[in-house]
Design a protein around this ligand. Structure first.
Ligand code: PAF
Length: 307
């Protein structure tokens, strides 16, 4: 079953999913949103040029998706198991599925629920967007910084057949630029290296991203990077300690005025993504018999906040 025009199905009402919906709206592409509640679903977006883009508030009931549709899950890793179990009966035609989250572990969850051969894309984005409530009490998002999205199928390189290549084109049309690195898993580990330093340090110290550059965090930054490289290399992903540290600093500088997602989760009393970030490194380290005391400490200190 294919439909003439593919529809982008976006689960949840987070900032990045809503940004993607706004991109689809601007390009007149078919899209559907599936927020958990209408109340928290953004009514409009402020685009980069400050223009106001109204979003369709029609919420769809999940239905069997067409083969050329695309299901995007811009959710937290800990929300994936229930979301994928819910969606599984509607995926009988195997439309492409896109996981877009901070941290790691989503691929493993998707494989458990959908099987090892499901057409799956993993993605990471550096677009900046955040959700707010306006003076009339309506949720909206602000597109705060243009970034880019990297996407790919794990273990498949970048020579992909439809429906995956069509799905990538659709995402690029909605929210460019979308690129396909040679190894998406390496790109996701690279993003992990940024999150495993910036997120816990900003959350624990109530600081903007730029402050992790302060010399008081130098030892802990370097120790985290060393542990990261030891574990990544043991998992077959080649990284260099100095380069990882430099990259973390560059991202902290470039996003200096932002408060990281973990900082915001802690501030609003929401569960954090620590298990998928530093927790993932600790888990992989255990499997490989590597000692990672600083990542372990980050996990313990964030968990001690009892969110
Ligand atoms: O999680 C976040 O906040 C972002 O991934 C990053 C790159 C740390 C910037 O704030």
């Amino acid at each position: 079953m294919t439909s003439i025009n593919p529809t982008l199905h976006i689960v949840g009402a987070g900032a990045i999913g809503s940004l993607l919906a706004t991109g689809a709206q601007r390009q007149h592409l078919a899209y559907q949103r599936y927020p958990r509640t209408i109340a928290n679903s953004p009514h409009y977006a402020r685009w980069l040029d400050n223009s106001k883009v109204p979003l369709s508030m029609q919420t769809a009931q999940a239905n069997v998706l067409a083969k050329n549709d695309v299901l995007v899950l811009p959710l937290k890793v800990y929300q994936l198991e229930s979301a994928l179990s819910y969606w599984r009966p509607y995926l009988v035609h195997s439309p492409a599925l896109v996981l877009l989250h901070n941290g790691m572990g989503g691929w493993e969850i998707a494989q458990q629920i959908l099987g090892p051969h499901y057409p799956l894309l993993l993605a990471t984005t550096s677009h900046g967007a955040f959700k707010q409530i306006d003076d009339k009490g309506k949720a909206f998002i602000t597109y705060s910084g243009q970034g880019s999205t990297q996407i790919g199928a794990p273990n498949k390189g970048n020579r992909l057949s439809p429906p995956l290549s069509d799905a990538i084109n659709l995402l690029h049309n909605a929210l460019p630029p979308v690129s396909t690195p040679d190894n998406i898993v390496h790109a996701l580990w690279q993003k992990l290296s940024v999150n495993m330093v910036i997120n816990p340090l900003t959350a624990l110290n109530h600081i903007q991203n730029k402050h992790i550059l302060d010399s008081q965090f130098s030892d802990v930054r370097r120790a985290l990077c060393k542990e990261f490289v030891d574990v990544a290399n043991a998992c077959g992903l080649v990284f260099n300690e100095t380069k990882v540290h430099e990259h973390v600093l560059a991202v902290a500088k470039a996003t200096g005025e932002n408060y990281s997602s973990m900082h915001q989760d802690v501030l609003h009393g929401r569960p954090t993504e620590i298990d998928a970030i530093n927790g993932y490194i600790v888990e992989m380290a255990k499997k490989k018999g590597i000692h990672v005391p600083v990542n372990t400490l980050m996990v313990e200190r964030i968990k001690a906040l009892n969110l």
